[in-house]
Design a protein around this ligand. Structure first.
Ligand code: PLP
Length: 375
């Protein structure tokens, strides 16, 4: 099996797995308890927070553990709205992940206004577009760091500066980027940042939210006093430790991984071009390493995905919202991709574990499948 769907999830790092084991077996104590058996879990929690903070240039007290990217996004969008009796506006983009979009729709239903910015054809939300919509009545701007379907990297530093100049806070959903490109929250200037363990070779069901010191953050979950009374619930020490180890390992070899993945990406695009199959790559000039959105005009993305599955290759389709509904995805609609191309879109996302042989097989299968399919 060739796994080329790393934007959906990644394989758990072996060292992260080994680091998790003791917290599941012998060291199972509840970190909130006062006795000495809780000392080690408590220490592991603090050390993991420090490791994660250092990977994104944050302070440990600015990192809040969550159950993943979805929860982090919900927390910021809803928490920010619910703390605001003036019902100021939230600005986001129309091609965010549904964790942000559906949270925005939820606050809209409760009477909080939301403005959806359109990205350009290149998959970029420009600072000028934001400048044209932001007003003194904007509370929060939320723009993703990199799009999960087409990989386009957003000008976060510039967008954040526009938000701050206009008195608004700035959140970025960096779920696809953390652990894959260098991120420094101080350099970016963001107030909130969402991340998810399973996207950078950590375990599933764990993530974190960065919240800048001094910025108000409403508690998300009511209950115990965990996470400075902001996110109640007994901490999942094993998952937190695994996430910290995985992130540190990815960040320590970020350049090495990037150059390996970029060379595979170059190989894939070169070999595919050499087959003579016409295709279009989506996502503009600067995309996440290895995230390749390809459109084959007149073909069906679903059919390509299933044929590749039969050949033992996992990729994703960028054209369907779900397996039943064959509508064009909201991302491809947002970049106004011609519907002929949009329907024939697939996402190949290469990771650090992929090899040149994987790429050869993917290209051979693609050429075979796209060559055979009826229009
Ligand atoms: N945001 C983006 C950009 C994503 O790609 C994903 C997952 O695909 C999420 C949020 C949700 O993250 P999680 O699976 O950790 O809930």
């Amino acid at each position: 099996m060739i796994y080329a769907d790393n934007a959906a999830t990644t394989k758990l790092d072996k060292e992260a797995f080994e680091a998790m084991k003791p917290w599941l077996l012998d060291e199972f104590g509840n970190a909130s308890q006062p006795y000495s058996f809780a000392r080690n879990p408590k220490k592991a929690l603090a050390e993991s927070r420090e490791i994660i903070a250092s990977c994104i240039g944050a302070k440990p007290e600015e990192v809040f553990f969550t159950a993943g990217g979805t929860e982090s996004d919900n927390w910021v969008i809803k928490g920010s709205a619910f703390s605001d009796s003036d019902h100021l506006a939230t600005i986001t983009s129309s091609f965010e992940h549904h964790a942000v979009l559906h949270s925005c729709e939820a606050i809209e239903r409760l009477g909080y206004p939301v403005v959806y910015l359109a990205p350009g054809y290149n998959g970029i939300v420009s600072p000028e577009t934001l400048e044209g919509c932001i007003t003194p009545n904007t509370r929060l701007v939320s723009i993703m760091y990199a799009n999960n379907e087409i990989g386009s990297i957003q000008p976060i530093k510039e967008l954040c500066a526009v938000a701050h100049r206009n008195g608004a806070l700035f959140h970025t959903d960096a779920v696809q980027a953390v652990g894959h490109v260098c991120i420094d929250v101080d350099d970016l200037g963001v107030d909130f940042l969402s991340a998810s363990g399973h996207k950078f070779n950590g375990p599933k069901g764990i993530g974190f939210l960065y919240c800048r010191t001094g910025v108000e953050l409403q508690p998300y979950m009511d209950g115990g006093a965990q996470e400075k009374r902001h996110r109640a619930g007994t901490e999942n020490i094993a998952a937190i430790v695994g996430m910290a180890v995985a992130l540190k390992r990815n960040c320590d070899s970020i350049e090495e991984n990037k150059s390996h993945i970029l060379s595979l990406e170059k190989q894939l695009l070169g070999a595919l071009s050499a087959t003579g199959v016409p295709f279009k790559r989506n996502g503009g000039e600067e995309t996440l390493p290895g995230l390749i959105s390809l459109s084959f005009s007149g073909y069906s993305g679903e059919a390509i995905l299933h044929r590749l599955d039969l050949a033992g290759i996992c990729i994703s389709t960028g054209s369907a919202c779900d397996s039943v509904n064959t509508e064009i995805s909201h991302v491809l609609r947002a970049i106004r991709l011609d519907s002929g191309y949009a329907k024939g879109t697939v996402r190949i996302s290469l990771g650090k574990n992929n090899t040149a042989e994987d790429v050869e097989r993917i290209v051979a299968a693609l050429a075979r499948v796209v060559g055979k399919q009826s229009h």
